[in-house]
Design a protein around this ligand. Structure first.
Ligand code: FE2
Length: 403
């Protein structure tokens, strides 16, 4: 939902007769958000996708369904996703880590080629590609992505993710009840991304070409599509390839954005972490911490000040850089600092940061209003001693990234 985009052919006016080269009338499908009030795209199918001949059920244990922990004593937490081995494809390899009413946070580490198309009817997805390059194959076309890209996939988009060599690692945010999008404050009155925003229209990549049937890649019928709604998986069976379009246009489609194109801001003194907002969803924000110069007052303390964000849970997904000053934290770690307890840098790191001029951190943060509940899968890879590490820490190095 960045700007109007079009692939293939569309008629001059919507809701008018539009035929392919053989004279066949094409089926128009309007994909709309917020009823008929929000953004929309109009798709022209070569064969209507409304004729699934069977519906079955499916499950991906750990993703859908998932189990929540029975008890969750209130303290800071550290989930070691690096301890989870790659398994499955972009769908069967997904595991849910944390949940509230507004979003699910999950991890996906693939080891197999993509199999079935997947449509998430529960909400928009925002993937952060920790590693792996490849492309999104969706009803809106082919969208290449690279390591460290965000990939936004609108709710109910049938898609597959193909990783080169079948190996990729993604952090997945799944929003509920609203779109994951560019925050309103980054748009002007005509919807253009403003000059104050931390990115420009040119930083977003759109689907490049329409998806076309390829027997070698897509195989023979039947074509199953897995759809999730209310955290239940259904498999809809088609006896024809249901994703071939003559064209589409509109504002609803997947986009890719590299975290390295995020234009971070620095201030005379330390700016709050939400200065790094990248996308917003219903009651949560996703923020990007990228290598940058830090605060430039002579006595500035670049290490984030301790804080009690009493209305927000905060998770940080560590990708690369100088977060190793945090004991036990490594690349692929996720810290969860819940509302209800204060948090801040480890002892020693606060003073040691004075005089620091740059940080090399690369991390993704998510702040949300409603408390997150861990799944049993996340609890199984949790570092049980993390919340004690402020007590046990021996001293610090620079830690501009310790939040
Ligand atoms: Fe924080």
């Amino acid at each position: 939902m960045i700007q109007r985009h079009q692939l293939g052919k569309v008629p001059p006016k919507p809701h008018t007769a539009f035929r392919d080269a053989s004279g066949r009338l094409l089926m128009e499908q309007c994909v709309t958000r917020r009823g008929f009030e929000g953004p929309f795209s109009i798709l022209y199918f070569k064969v209507p996708p409304t004729d699934e001949f069977a519906v079955e059920t499916a499950s991906v244990p750990g993703f859908c369904p998932f189990e929540l922990v029975d008890n969750q004593p209130l303290h800071r937490r550290h989930v070691r996703t690096q301890d989870h081995a790659a398994v499955g494809d972009f769908l069967t390899g997904r595991r849910t880590l944390m949940v509230n009413a507004d979003l699910h946070v999950g991890i996906c580490k693939t080891a197999e080629p993509a199999k079935n198309f997947f449509s998430n009817g529960d909400g928009d997805e925002c993937w952060f590609m920790y590693s792996g390059s490849g492309y999104v194959e969706s009803i809106y076309g082919i969208l290449p992505f690279r390591e460290h890209d965000y990939v936004l996939i609108p709710k109910s988009t049938p898609y597959r993710l193909h990783f080169e060599g079948n190996r990729g690692v993604g952090l997945v945010f799944e929003g509920r009840g609203g779109a994951i999008n560019v925050p309103k404050e980054f748009r002007n009155e005509v919807g253009q991304i403003t000059m104050y925003a931390p990115y420009t229209h040119r930083d977003f990549r759109m689907p490049e070409r329409l998806l076309t049937f390829d027997k070698k890649l897509h195989g023979a019928a039947p074509y199953p599509q897995v759809t999730k709604l209310n955290d239940e998986l259904s498999v809809h069976m088609y006896d024809h390839w249901p994703y071939e379009l003559e064209g589409w246009d509109g504002f609803v489609y997947p986009v890719a954005f590299s975290i390295h194109d995020y234009q971070a801001k620095a201030g005379l003194i330390h700016l709050p972490p939400t200065t790094h907002i990248t996308f917003s969803g219903p009651n949560f924000v996703i923020c990007s911490f990228v290598p940058r110069v830090v605060d430039f007052h002579e006595q500035a303390i670049p290490c984030p000040y301790g804080h009690a964000s009493v209305d927000m849970d905060e998770i940080l997904y560590y990708v690369a850089g100088n977060f190793t000053s945090r004991r036990g934290i490594d690349s692929e770690s996720i810290s969860l600092h819940p509302q209800g307890v204060a948090h801040g840098p480890h002892p020693g790191t606060y003073e040691a940061s004075i005089g620091t001029r740059r940080t090399s951190e690369l991390a993704v943060m998510m702040d949300c209003y409603k408390p997150l509940r861990l799944t049993k899968f996340a609890a199984g890879i949790e570092d049980q001693d993390y919340h004690q590490s402020w007590v046990k820490h021996e001293g610090g190095t620079d830690a501009p990234g310790a939040r």
